[in-house]
Design a protein around this ligand. Structure first.
Ligand code: ARG
Length: 503
């Protein structure tokens, strides 16, 4: 019996080992093998016409056509994935995509983190200003000016180097240009072909491009560092260029003959070290980001409390119309995404105001506070209404028979009890709000999350940085929940009477 068991045990171990080897083999071998995956996933950020954009729901543009031609040459089944521009390099590093084509400039810093194909397009940065602007003509003139850019781009990098300039960073070049039209910045630094295209083809009005190409840049197809498919892509791109297909695609989008392209981008001739250090990260997160996050949270909670109280009172008042209006308000702000509300207030309202002849402009801080407070107030109103209505009606009757006025009853009897019941949901709301302030990043507000994003955009250390950002939020939310717990204990009548007994 024992022998039999031993035999079985050995067999089991051998089978287990075989299984393990097979499993490792199956996962590791494809990573080393040269057969490209099917589909071959290619990242792009499709708000960058004429290079990549959506038209009638279809992905189109110069880059898209070029990549399809390359795919044909290399026998790849290309599958485009639309990602935010500052998420493309992290996605390549995480190997969730095999390549990226996104008007991406070959820079020495990026080449530390990823590999580039040979250059496929010659571009450069240009400055866009409003038509009536006569003072800005070159980079020099941008000193001390307000500038909008797309996050993670070479335009963003150049703009942040300009002394005294106040730079707002947006998720797309289109949003940056919108900012220029809305009059909140004086200039946009962006790739020249894209700005020109927006003006000519997309009918962007009241905007012009000044200066010649300010920098010379070359776009490359990006791949993960040491990707086994670099050679494949380069060879196919070479064939597309030499066979004349490149010419056809180029003429189709730009209506002219393509310029000569170098085999190696000049930027890669002097490689420098990418600069990431933890000290700088924590400085940016905690010293530059956290104060804004706290300010946004505390102020919008405060405004939300005031607004929420008024709305709650209106909701339990006997005035029908007031009730209906408040109900609509609460349902709207609870029933639509905060992100949409932010865009509506920041990008939508100024245009609406202008159309009706008003020149009201909301800056980022007021716009973020406005959106957050309106949203919080809607939730708080419901919490307060629920709290107040949870107190037994008999108490109102008892107070009134004691000769107390409704205001007095509310103030001295109902509210103190209701408040205790409201505290836990209020605490939840506060914690949710801390996290929601990160949405202000989309309007270029440089709070905690945006500080992290900005660092990822220049150092490409996505995992380290976002973990650090998450931890800082965790500290903030944990501290607040401790404070609310304390407050709950403090407000507890049993606790109070115990304290009194002790004293
Ligand atoms: N060429 C610039 C860069 O590499 C901007 C590219 C932006 N591309 C895009 N699809 N949004 O930084």
């Amino acid at each position: 019996m024992i022998k039999f068991w031993r035999g079985r045990a050995v067999q089991r171990v051998i089978f287990a080992l075989l299984g393990l080897v097979l499993a490792i083999g199956l996962t590791v071998i494809p990573a080393f093998s040269q057969t490209p995956p099917n589909p071959f996933r290619v990242a792009t950020e499709a708000t960058f016409p004429p290079f990549e954009f959506q038209q009638g729901g279809q992905l189109t543009g110069f880059d898209i056509d070029l990549m399809r031609a390359i795919g044909k040459e290399a026998d790849l089944n290309i599958d485009f994935r639309n990602l935010p521009f500052d998420g493309i390099i992290p996605a390549l590093q995480a190997r969730t995509v095999e390549a990226a084509i996104s008007g991406m400039t070959i820079t020495a810093e990026r080449a530390q983190a990823i590999s580039f194909s040979r250059p496929y397009f010659r571009a450069g940065l240009a400055i866009a200003v409003r038509e009536d602007n006569q003072t800005i003509r070159n980079f020099e003139d941008l000193k001390g000016k307000r500038i909008a850019v797309q996050i993670g781009t070479t335009g963003a990098l150049e703009a942040t180097k300009i002394p005294g300039a106040v730079v707002s960073q947006f998720d797309s070049a289109a949003l940056a240009l919108q900012e220029l039209i809305n009059g909140r910045v004086e200039a946009v630094v962006n790739d020249k072909p894209v700005t020109l295209y927006a003006i000519k083809q997309a009918g962007l009005r009241r905007v012009k491009v000044v200066g010649e190409l300010l920098t010379e840049e070359f776009y490359g197809i990006a791949l993960p560092k040491n990707s086994p498919y670099l050679q494949l892509i380069n060879d196919a791109l070479g064939r597309v260029i030499e066979s004349g297909q490149y010419d056809v695609i180029f003429r189709q989008w730009f209506g002219e003959k393509p310029p000569e392209l170098p085999l190696v981008a000049p930027a890669l001739k002097n490689l420098q070290e990418s600069r990431f250090n933890w000290g700088e990260l924590f400085y940016n997160l905690i010293v530059k980001g956290v104060p804004w996050t706290i300010l946004l949270t505390v102020l919008s909670f405060l405004f939300g409390l005031i607004g929420g109280t008024l709305v709650a009172i209106a909701l339990i008042s006997p005035y029908k119309w007031l009730k209906i209006i408040c109900r609509i308000y609460v349902d709207f702000f609870r029933g639509t995404p905060m992100l949409v509300q932010l865009f509506l207030i920041y990008f939508g309202l100024p245009g609406l105001f202008r159309e009706i002849g008003l020149n009201i402009d909301l800056d980022r801080l007021p716009a973020a506070l406005f959106a957050l407070s309106l949203n919080v107030a809607a939730y708080l109103a419901e919490i307060m209404r629920g709290g107040i209505q949870s107190i037994d009606n008999g108490q109102w009757e008892a107070c009134s028979s004691l000769g107390m006025s409704p205001v007095q009853t509310m103030h001295e009897v109902i509210f103190p009890q209701a408040f205790r019941r409201m505290l836990p949901p209020l605490g939840n709301e506060f914690i949710t709000l801390i996290k929601d302030t990160s949405l202000a990043a989309v309007i270029g507000f440089e709070e905690l999350f945006r500080q992290g994003q900005l660092m990822v955009a220049t150092t490409y250390k996505a995992f380290e940085i976002y973990i650090a950002v998450a931890l800082v939020y965790l500290v903030l939310t944990t501290l607040s929940s401790l404070v609310f717990k304390r407050l709950e204990i403090y407000m507890d009548p049993l606790h109070k009477s115990k304290q009194e007994q002790k004293a």
